[in-house]
Structures are given as C-alpha cells and as structure tokens.
Design a protein around this ligand. Structure first.
Ligand code: HEC
Ligand code: HEC
Length: 281
C-alpha cells in the first residue's frame, strides 16, 4: 500500500520538476539571439550559455538544485569537446538534461568554448617553446621515450605522459622533469633481485605480496620471483633521471614541456589536427 503511494508521489514530483525545467529553458529559445560568425572567444558563447544553460547550471556553470556543477567537476572537465557537444545536442536521456536539437552547431561550439573558460581551461595554452623540436628531443637525445609512453609510442616502465600536462602549468611540468620528487616510492625505483641460485632480475616492482614479487624489466618483460628464492634485493635511486637540469639546455627543456602540453591538449580534445596547427606563442 504505502509502497505504491510512494511511487506515485515520486512520479508526480518528477513530472512537476521536469515541466518547470522545460518551461524555463524553452522560453529562451536560441532563435531570439542575433546570428553572428562565431569566433572562439566571442561573447556569443556566453550569450547562448546564459539563455540556454544558466537557469539550470547557473550563470557560472557551478550548478543549482536543478543541475550539477559543470564548471568544476573533474568528470565534466575531462569530457572532450566532441563529447560535450554530443551531450548538448542529444541531452542525457532519462535525466533532466534536455537535448538542444535546435541549436546550430556553431552555437554548440561557442557554448563549449565558453564552458572551457568557466572551467578555467584555455583552448590554446601558451607554450614556452617549440613542440615539434620537443618531440625530437623526447624521442631522441633526452631518451624520455625509453621509459615513458606518449601517444602510443615509447617505453612501458614509467607512466604514460600523454595526458600529464593537461591540467598542469609550465613551471610545474618543468620541475617534474628537472627536480623529480624522491617521494621514497619503492615502486618507481629500479630493483634488482638476486636469487639463491644466482639469477639476477632487474626491473620495476609492479606487484608485491607476502610471497612474491612481480618485476617488469625495462624492455617490458614481466618476472615473478618467489620471495623465498630471493637472497638479496637492491634498489637503485629513482628511475626518473634527476640531472635533466644539466643535461638538457633551457631551450630543450622548454621544447619538451611544449610537446607534453601540446599532446595533452590535443588528446583531451580528441583532436586529429596535425602538430603543425599549434604555433608556440
Ligand atoms: C532543464 C535543466 C537543464 C538545462 C537547461 C541544461 N542542463 Fe545540462 N544537465 C542537467 C541535468 C539535470 C544534468 C545531469 C544529468 C545526469 O544526471 O547525468 C545535466 C548534465 C549536463 C552535462 C553532463 C554532466 C556529466 O556529468 O556528464 C553537461 C556537459 C551539461 N549538462 C551541459 C549543459 C549545457 C551546455 C547546457 C546548455 C546548452 C545545459 N546543460 C542545459 C540539466 C539541464
Ligand atoms: C630511465 C627511465 C626514465 C627516463 C629516461 C625518464 N623518466 Fe620520467 N619518470 C620515470 C619514472 C620511473 C617516474 C616515476 C613515476 C612514473 O611516471 O612512473 C618518472 C616520472 C616522470 C614525470 C612525473 C610523472 C607523474 O605522473 O608524476 C614526468 C613529467 C616525467 N617523468 C617526464 C620525463 C621526461 C620529459 C623525460 C625526458 C626528458 C623523462 N621523464 C625521462 C622514468 C624515466
């Protein structure tokens, strides 16, 4: 009995909530706005956002009782431009997020660009150097790719850096390279295990339990070593070299930083644009 009542009550609430939301946003249809050629940072995006999105998501995008915060939520920030456009054009079925079929695609793009500014993400980050040269340095003399993967190329032993620079500033990225923090993380060190039978295994610890150690060698190969077989375990300093400050020139460093930023930026937008499309500023 009371179960049925609760269900009906919920349905009524949903209907009232949905229709009031619907009324609020359909009043301000995009057709009322003057048409202009959209430049990326034009006030157009702000305008279209204000009249179509703000009454649920707030003028600043930080949400209201009707809709979530789309400016600060990491899960929304991570959406690519294409994914965000898709949500705007198709809504989120079964939720209060309506589809904006009638918006022109250029307006949707303007909204996405504006949303990025609300999210504090600029479309084109200022690069401190030349990303194309940086790529050469990364895969060449600096040897970064011996350990790090980027855009599907490179080593396995260290983290994939494709998205690393996405939400980090130039100085932060630079110091991650020149002054890697030795946080005492044994996992980031190169470990050498000598067994009682005289075998030697070198690699990074990928897994460890009471009885065994799983090592990954620099070439990607995995080894399982039983702890009872290990006679000695040596761990080197952190794998990440700590002398790039002196082995790379200031320009090399800025170029590598630019390359990382360029890749992270492109992958967050799922852009297939060639690297030449981004000029350093
Ligand atoms: C009638 C209220 C309403 C309006 C108007 C509205 N939204 Fe939403 N929006 C919602 C709700 C509710 C959700 C949460 C959907 C869910 O539960 O996943 C949402 C979700 C979203 C998400 C996805 C969040 C996520 O977690 O993936 C984005 C992006 C978004 N809205 C952008 C916009 C933009 C841009 C506009 C204007 C073109 C807009 N919304 C207009 C109610 C609204
Ligand atoms: C010998 C292997 C090795 C080389 C060469 C190397 N790194 Fe690393 N790097 C590591 C390891 C191991 C870490 C620690 C955490 C991780 O990324 O797995 C690390 C960490 C980093 C981090 C921080 C990652 C994070 O998630 O905090 C950055 C950025 C980085 N390296 C960039 C570079 C760049 C740029 C180069 C070339 C100039 C380079 N590394 C060369 C092994 C290496």
């Amino acid at each position: 009995m009371s179960g049925i009542c609760a269900v009906q009550f919920a349905l009524v609430l949903t209907a009232v909530w949905a229709s009031s939301g619907l009324a609020a946003w359909s009043q301000t249809s995009p057709q009322n706005l003057p048409k202009k050629n959209v430049k990326l940072d034009s006030p157009r995006g702000k305008q279209v956002f204000a009249s179509n999105c703000a009454n649920c998501h707030g003028l600043d995008g930080r949400g209201s009782e009707r809709a979530p915060n789309i400016a600060e939520r990491a899960s929304v920030q991570r959406l690519s431009d294409a994914q965000t456009s898709h949500i705007i054009e198709n809504g989120v079925p079964g939720t209060g997020m309506p589809a904006f079929h009638s918006l022109e695609h250029s307006d949707v793009e303007a909204i996405v660009a504006y949303l990025r500014t609300l999210q504090g993400r600029k479309r084109t980050p200022k690069l401190p150097g030349d990303p194309i040269r940086g790529e050469t340095v990364f895969f060449g003399k600096a040897g970064c790719s011996g350990c790090h993967m980027i855009s599907g190329k490179g080593g396995f032993i260290a983290s994939d850096l494709s998205g690393y620079a996405g939400n980090r500033g130039v100085d932060q990225i630079r110091s991650a390279i020149t002054a890697p923090t030795s946080n005492g993380d044994r996992l980031a060190r190169l470990v050498t295990a000598m067994t009682r039978t005289g075998e030697k295994y070198s690699g990074r610890i990928r897994n460890e339990d009471n009885f065994s150690l799983q090592l990954q060698a620099l070439d990607g190969t995995f080894f399982f070593v039983a702890k009872s077989d290990i006679e000695r375990l040596d761990s080197s300093q952190s794998l990440m070299p700590s002398d790039y400050d002196s082995t790379l020139s200031h320009d090399d460093l800025n170029d590598v930083v630019s390359y990382l930023m360029r890749v992270a930026h492109a992958s967050s937008r799922e852009s297939k644009a060639p690297i030449e499309a981004f000029e350093p500023e």
